[in-house]
Design a protein around this ligand. Sequence first.
Ligand code: NDP
Ligand code: OXD
Length: 316
Amino acid sequence: MTILLAMTPESQAPLWRARLQSALPGRRIVTPNEIGERTQTRYAVSWRHPEGALAGLPNLRAIFSLGAGVDHLFSDPLLPDAPIVRVVDDDLTNRMSEWVVLHALLHLRRQRLYDEAQAERRWREEDLEQPAAKDVRIGLMGLGALGQDAARKLRAMGFPVAGWSRAEKRVEGVGCFHGREGLDAMAARTDILVALLPLTPETRGILDARLFAKLARDGRLGGPILINAGRGGLQVEADIVAALESGALQAASLDVFETEPLPSNSPLWRHPRVYVSPHCAAVSEPEAVTRNIAAQIAAYERGEGLRHVIDRALGY
Ligand code: NDP
Ligand code: OXD
């Protein structure tokens, strides 16, 4: 019985293979060109696998994504019809919340302006307003594993938090909105918009000029702020740049981009009010993720169901 590890960049495969092997001693971990007898493969582990790499495996029981997101799988038209399991793990969740809280605080505390002042050796003690977290409203798009943890930690910092999901939800201490009308209602009370959504046909391009125009204009930060760590496909970058110029957005923190790596000619790199990070908000830590996969396989083979299986029709 083998486990197929199919991923790009291939340079990372040896590290993941070693971690999978130590989490699953006794199992044979193979890469696509070592697969041999295809009936032997029970599980596939993927991160942006090459097209067709998981096809023709008659006994495949599950596909494990090496990340929380699964959109990378759907670019393969030959993806087999096995259950898709995504990563839900405290290590990844904590990392994401750290990044979100960090960026909410960078904007709240106007860190970019103080960095600029430091570069000029300018002592800006009195001329910048310092609103408190309690006066800055956060609107979270996505109230899933990551969104709910971020909501809790943002609340702990004092921010009033609302959240938006596809289906109706209740989350303690969070004003909950859902559906398209709910998004407009949440936007109207949002100073910092945080996107922690999966990329699906419904969410592609959702962070656009239309949405930015709905954000609150009466907030204490002098204009709305966008933070996106979901997927680059959620955002229309031309609209973000135009909104930063028109004032529809005051600033942005972006971890994900329409094209990754972000092309060197993107205006986002040099924009004075944009923080760019290289899709590193919440990396999948190999030990934590492979431990998780091993536990899922063990439970499945004891006859328990797989957890965190996505709904293919919804795409997440
Ligand atoms: P979940 O599946 O747990 O949560 C997704 C949330 O998005 C749910 O609340 C869901 O609503 C909501 N949602 C989905 N579609 C819609 C829609 N059409 N309208 C409104 N709400 C919608 O995912 P996670 O929280 O675990 O992860 C979210 C995403 O974060 C991942 O898919 C991935 O793209 C990204 N990510 C980015 C990383 C990075 O380093 N930048 C690292 C890890 C993840 P409902 O509750 O109703 O289902
Ligand atoms: C993920 C990611 O989906 O790192 O986990 O983007």
